[in-house]
Structure formats: C-alpha cells, structure tokens
Write a protein that binds this ligand. Structure first.
Ligand SMILES: NC(=O)c1ccc[n+]([C@@H]2O[C@H](COP(=O)([O-])OP(=O)(O)OC[C@H]3O[C@@H](n4cnc5c(N)ncnc54)[C@H](O)[C@@H]3O)[C@@H](O)[C@H]2O)c1
Length: 327
C-alpha cells in the first residue's frame, strides 16, 4: 500500500482525508505547524510539527519518515478577504511554501502530488455550472496563488514526471458522520457553521450579504460538498495517480446550487431553532452563482457524492459543533 505524506492533516479537510486514507489501508504521516489545525485531529497518525516552507525541516522529515509514494497538500491560508489585505503572506504560504514542498518531495522520490485547489481560481465565470475548461481568472490573491501552484505542478510534471491532481473544491462543509472530526476555523467565515453558531446563540444575528442578486430568491447560490465526499475523492485521486490514472485539474462539487437563504432555512429546520439573520448589502467580489460541473472527476474515478444533501451536511456539522463547543 502507498505510504503518504499529508501536509495540513491537522486541519478540517486534511484530517477527514487522513482518516479516510488510513481506513483504506494507507500509511500516512502528517506535517502541520498547527497554526490553525488541532493535534487531536490527526488521531494516532505520526505528526511532525513543521512549516512546509521550511526546507531543512521538510528534508529532515522526508529522510526520517520517507520515502513517500505521494503527497496530499492541504496546508494553506484560507481566507479570501485576508489574502486581499495581506497578499504577500498568502503568496508566501500558499505558493512559495507549496513550491518548497513540491521540490523536496520530488527530490526524495515522491511520484504523485494532490493539491487542495479551489473554485476561486475561476473568479466570476459567466457560464454555470463551471467546467475545468473555463478560463482561470481569479479575482483575489487566494485564488491567484492556487492557480499558480497548479501551473507549477503542470510544469514540474512536464519536466520531471511528477503526477499531479489539483482538486478544486467548491464549498466544503459537514463533518464525519462517525464523529470526532469537524470544522473549527478561527475566525469562522463559512456560512453553515456561522448559521449554526447563530442558531445556538454563540454569535449575534447572521448577516445575509446581498438579497438583490439575479437568482431565484435574490441571495447568492453556492455548491456545497460534504467533507466526507471530498475525503473519498482524495483517496481515489492519489490511488489513481499512482496507478497511472488521469491527472490535472478536477472540480469537486455536488453539481447542485443552494441559495444562502435555502441554507439558512435548512439549518433552522435541522436544528429545530430559527437562525437569527439580518439582510445586509452585497459584499464586493461575491459572484451571484458558483456551481461545479464535476463530470471530469466522476468519469475518471467513478466518484459520487453520498453525503452532500443539505440535511446530512447540516446534521453532521451540528453534531460536531455540539461536541466541540460542549453544547
Ligand atoms: N474549506 C473550504 O471550503 C475550502 C474550499 C476550497 C479550498 N480549500 C483548501 O483546502 C485546504 C484545507 O482547507 P481547510 O478548510 O481544511 O483549512 P484548515 O485551516 O482547517 O487546514 C489547513 C491546515 O494547514 C496547516 N497549515 C497552514 N499553513 C501551513 C504551513 N505553512 N506549514 C504547515 N502547516 C500549515 C494549518 O495548521 C491547518 O492544520 C486549503 O488548502 C484550502 O485552501 C478549502
């Protein structure tokens, strides 16, 4: 079975994927500097506390725990607004540190690399649902940085044969139905945990940014994909790349759009409490609709979503929040 390095495995999506990889029989080592992750999320996998941009530290890790067949790279800074305010910090952590990890992994014999990419590489595309053939036109440093790393991976494959996949997630959400893992971003910027926290009285009324978009109910429409479905996609991707399957960029989404208002109503329904909510003006840079066409990944690897319906997403996120916040 492949031996894998999971960078950022103490974070939200990385920890779910780590669990899925180990369940599938892979051995895995986590590298994470715990700037936003939690040590307990790696469970009993080996954890090396190190910045992926630290060349000497990564070399020591690779010499001690390697060689690795493949690397899954989740370690990044994830807030779009912060990336606009502090672009250099984002290019440093999301591009330069990633290039370092790619370089050292290649040097130490890795054959495949899976990158956590994002729908933000597309910017504000006109055509929905979005296929991978859509132009890359990011509108913020976060999305631009991810697109740069995709380009680096394509060039490195052409020169050195490192197989790669960039998994462009749309809105990751939910928590492992088996329990014990979930989303705990600080600060939280994602709609579902914000709505749950507002319903639970942990934060003031949720602001609904923009109610006059050209969408059926006037609020933005997004594509929500359950983290357990994302984790399964990573297992398929790394196994596929190592087995000679197709690589490149793949969208990961449910293919169904949900409006902000539908999500907020769904949260209220599942938790049995209304979500305090107030209308607010549009935020700059929010496209009205972002929905994935994930056909390419489905066709390549037979991937299907099994948990990405709103009820399952909200119920699992709620179960996690109650555990985490001891509600
Ligand atoms: N959450 C989403 O909806 C979403 C959507 C699209 C893409 N993504 C991408 O998925 C990946 C994971 O996101 P997440 O929501 O799990 O975030 P997260 O903050 O929960 O996890 C990121 C992990 O990486 C670690 N980390 C960050 N920089 C590091 C560094 N330089 N060295 C070592 N460790 C470092 C953090 O400590 C954390 O454990 C990110 O690359 C993000 O850009 C997330």
């Amino acid at each position: 079975m492949p031996h894998l390095l999971v960078a950022g495995g103490a974070g939200y999506i990385g920890s779910h994927t780590l669990r899925a990889l180990r369940k599938a029989g892979h051995t895995a080592v986590v590298v994470d500097d715990l700037r936003s992750g939690r040590e307990s999320a790696v469970e009993d996998a080996p954890l090396v506390r190190c910045n992926v941009g630290d060349r000497a530290g990564i070399d020591r890790l690779l010499a001690r725990y390697g060689p690795f067949d493949g690397v899954l790279h989740f370690a990044a800074s994830i807030q779009v607004g912060e990336s606009v305010a502090n672009p250099l910090a984002y290019y440093q952590n999301n591009v330069l540190a990633a290039a370092n990890l790619i370089d050292r992994a290649l040097h130490h014999g890795a054959r495949a690399f899976v990158l956590s990419s994002t729908a933000a590489v597309y910017g504000n595309p006109e055509t929905q649902p979005i296929a991978e053939t859509a132009a890359l036109a990011p509108v913020n440093p976060y999305g631009a940085g991810k697109a740069m790393v995709e380009r680096i991976l394509a060039d490195v494959e052409a020169a050195h044969g490192l197989r790669w996949a960039a998994l462009r997630y749309f809105n990751a959400c939910g928590a492992d139905p088996a329990g014990g893992l979930g989303e705990c971003h600080e600060p939280e910027t994602h709609l579902i945990p914000l709505a749950l926290e507002a319903a639970a009285g942990l934060r003031p009324a949720l602001k609904l940014f923009g109610t006059d978009y050209p969408t059926p109910d006037g609020t933005c429409v997004r594509d929500y994909v359950h983290v357990t479905d994302l984790a399964a996609a990573h297992v398929a991707a790394i196994e596929g790349l190592l087995g000679g399957g197709p690589g490149g960029a793949f969208n990961l989404g449910s293919g169904a759009g949900l409006s902000n208002r539908e999500v907020i109503e769904g949260v209220g329904r599942v938790v049995g409490m209304p979500v305090p909510c107030e209308d607010a003006p549009r935020r700059a840079g929010d496209p009205p609709v972002l929905v994935a066409d994930a056909t390419r990944f489905r066709m390549a690897y037979g991937w299907q979503t099994h948990h990405s319906d709103l009820e399952t997403i909200v119920q699992t996120a709620w179960d996690w929040l109650r555990l985490w916040r001891a509600l």
